[in-house]
Design a protein around this ligand. Structure first.
Ligand code: PHE
Length: 342
């Protein structure tokens, strides 16, 4: 039985003497000793021929050989994989690389930020309110009785059957929240998303953005409102921009006006954007109705104020000459990329 031991010791000596020099010879080494038909596997076969009292010794010898073979294999493998000359990359170095796409701000955000910047220069701070509103803040406190046509004007998405909970139709609801919770002087800008049940077209969408302004203090007049609007449009659209107020109606302001600016696209000569009139509308405004102040527990004999509201999409369309409102909601990168760095 000694010859079985001799054979095994011979394999151990061989393993110790082996010195593969590269990946290929290492693979041959692996197959020769550690492969499924390799020498070590073959030696295990000898076990059966041994008498019981020698099996243990033989088993230990086997383990020593196997371990030695495996350790050498693992060490050399790590060495060859790490060596520079053999490090052939398994990817195509000539293929174009992945680029990190740099995102751009959405044009609506750009305009919103610019509006905030302009008004912050004259002391306005920013506030936001909830998009899911109640009837009080969106309509009733703003002087809109239950059967008032203004409720139809703004086709509302109601959430509850009792029509008390709704998606706000304008940011004027935030005016109420501000007047209810703060004492004048108030100088607040309120940007946000609003919802109306409109048929989607190039000029209308069921969701869009407004920015609301509110200024309340002692002795605020319509002249202050005009000057504030004048300052804003010149900062936003250029120093030659002219302004025009047209009488209008809102349930929460009296008097009310629609604000037009001179068409900076054609220089007021008349074009498709201004429909040949030389003027384009940018929003509504007016003096806060005394009833609205009373609804919010402010004394209209002591305080007066103005409010205005603009569509952010509308301002953006004018500023960048975009002719279809739907582009803002489609997230087409070809459109959005044009605003990079803007
Ligand atoms: N809330 C009005 C609208 O959505 C705009 C507006 C705001 C008018 C503030 C006057 C004062 O049309």
């Amino acid at each position: 039985m000694q010859e079985i031991f001799d054979k095994a010791n011979e394999v151990l000596r061989q393993v110790q003497a082996e010195a593969p020099t590269d990946k290929e010879s290492l693979e041959q080494y692996r197959i020769k000793y550690l492969g499924t038909k390799g020498l070590i596997k073959d030696l295990f076969g000898g076990m059966g021929k041994l008498p019981g009292d020698q099996k243990k010794d033989y088993g230990q010898l086997m383990n020593t050989i196997k371990q030695a073979a495996e350790e050498k294999y693992e060490a050399l493998k790590a060495q060859f994989e790490g060596s520079a000359e053999d490090a052939k990359p398994d990817f195509d170095l000539t293929a174009p690389g992945y680029t990190n796409e740099i995102g751009a701000r959405h044009p609506i955000s750009i305009t919103k930020n610019r509006i905030i910047e302009i008004f912050s220069c004259i002391g306005f701070t920013v506030a936001e309110g909830p998009e899911i509103e109640d009837d009080w803040h969106n309509f009733t406190a703003l002087g809109t009785p239950k059967d008032h046509p203004a409720r139809d004007m703004q086709d509302t998405f109601y959430i509850t059957v009792d029509k008390n909970t709704l998606l706000r139709t304008h940011t004027s609801s935030v005016q109420i929240r501000m007047m209810e919770s703060q004492q004048p002087p108030l100088r607040i800008l309120m940007p946000g998303r609003v919802y109306r049940n409109e048929t989607i077209s190039a000029r209308a969408h069921c969701t869009f953005h407004q920015v609301e302004g509110l200024y309340i203090d002692e002795g605020v007049s319509f002249a202050d409102l005009k000057q504030t609007m004048f300052y804003f449009v010149r900062e936003m659209f250029g120093q030659n921009t002219e302004i025009r107020f047209r009488p209008s109606f809102f349930p929460f302001t009296e008097p009310s006006a629609e604000v037009d600016i001179s068409c900076f696209i054609c220089g007021s000569k008349g074009c498709a954007v201004c429909k040949q009139s030389g003027w384009v509308e940018i929003g509504g405004c007016g003096m806060v109705d005394p009833v609205v102040m009373e609804n919010c527990n402010l004394d209209p004999k002591k305080y007066s104020g103005f409010a205005f509201g603009m569509g952010i999409e509308r301002v953006t369309m004018l500023k960048y000459q975009i002719n279809d409102l739907r582009l803002f909601f489609e997230n087409d990168l070809r459109f959005l990329k044009q605003f990079q760095q803007a």
